[in-house]
Design a protein around this ligand. Structure first.
Ligand code: ATP
Length: 330
């Protein structure tokens, strides 16, 4: 599918910590999201997925967090916006759904007040605002929208709160929706229903989405394209079918094997030894951050960092020795 880019990220780095002791958590990443494209960002805990997602609307900005590079949304560089423009962008052009709606919602305002406030902030609360809120809540699967509009966050269930978060995010018709593990806090059956609701709503609007998830089932069911992150870098990006059928990076392959509960010759379930956290320290060696955990690593992998480069018409991989078939041979 050929799409024009809505979001274009170039050499984005995000670092945390006090002035002299900054740690680079996201390291010069490049990616685009097309109009109407749903992109999944996957990778182990601590690989920098949330730091990337928050940086897109500068939600992690502060004295202990620095950015460099470019984040262009329809051509405008978000990193160069002043604060009034940034406030206009948040919610209106880019909306974010977080894992934990209870901490994202205001406990002392009703659901209707909170949605209306978001709409007012962007000049979208016309005389029909109440009707629109009720319709939106109905669309996201809330069966008794009249009661929920008058309720406070603690008076509704976890699943309803996450549906409210989706309604809030959709209220101003954003161009880009960022969903950071939007259903992790819910039980499995509710997760499936909430994700189906989210998927229908974004498909209907032709919205671009960046979804962070640990769940490969969600990736397979929702995403057009997948980006795999490791140690603060994107190590592979490919259309979802290609990535599942022929992962090129050994890390992607290992993640998929874990998700599919693949067993090795001695009957043990696939695991990836070590943790993603070590990648940040190892990256300083200039080699591939995954090399110490990689069964295929050769001497060059420990001394030269691979760049993300095209490996097919549609895929990119950052590996000196990418996989060429469906089997790991090393
Ligand atoms: N505000 C912050 N200050 C300092 N370090 C941070 C901050 N936010 C994130 N980090 C560090 O950045 C690294 C990446 O964190 P991030 O939350 O982006 O990972 P993630 O891939 O989203 O993980 P998870 O899947 O567990 O949410 C971690 O080592 C984390 O401790």
């Amino acid at each position: 599918m050929v799409m024009t880019a809505l979001l274009d990220v170039r050499a984005l780095s995000v670092s945390f910590g006090p002035g002299g002791a900054r740690r680079t958590i996201v390291d010069r990443i490049d990616f685009s999201i097309g109009r109407g494209e749903i992109v999944a960002l996957v990778g182990e805990s601590g690989s920098g997925k949330s730091a990337t997602a928050l940086a897109l609307s500068r939600l992690n900005e502060g004295p202990r967090c620095g950015y460099s590079g470019e984040i262009r949304l329809s051509g405008r560089n978000i990193l160069a916006l002043d604060h009034p423009d940034l406030r206009r962008l948040r919610g209106r052009a880019i909306a974010t759904i977080f894992q934990d709606p209870l901490s994202a919602l205001n406990p002392s305002e009703t659901i209707a007040q909170q949605i209306a406030e978001g709409m007012r902030a962007h000049g979208m609360a016309g005389p029909d605002a109440d009707d629109r809120i009720t319709r939106l809540l109905g669309e996201v699967g809330i069966h008794d929208p009249d009661r929920v509009t008058r309720a406070y966050p603690h008076q509704i269930s976890g699943g309803q709160r996450q549906r409210v978060m989706i309604a809030l995010a959709l209220a101003c018709d954003p161009e880009l929706l960022i969903a950071d593990e939007p259903t992790t806090a819910l039980d499995v059956t509710v997760q499936t229903q909430v994700l189906a609701t989210l998927y229908r709503a974004v498909q209907k609007r032709g919205m671009s989405v960046l979804i962070i998830t640990h769940d490969m089932g969600v990736v397979a069911g929702m995403a057009d394209r997948v980006m795999v992150m490791y140690g603060g870098r994107i190590v592979e990006s490919a259309p979802v079918e290609t990535l599942f059928a022929l992962p090129r990076h050994p890390y992607t392959r290992a993640l998929l094997d874990c998700a599919r509960h693949v067993r090795d010759a001695s009957g043990h379930y696939a695991t990836i030894p070590g943790t993603a956290e070590t990648a940040f320290a190892l990256r300083a060696t200039q080699g591939c951050a995954f090399a110490p955990r990689c069964r295929r690593a050769r001497p060059a992998c420990f001394t030269h960092q691979p760049e993300l480069a095209e490996c097919s018409d549609t895929g990119r991989v950052a590996c000196h020795f990418p996989l060429v078939g469906s089997k790991i041979d090393g």
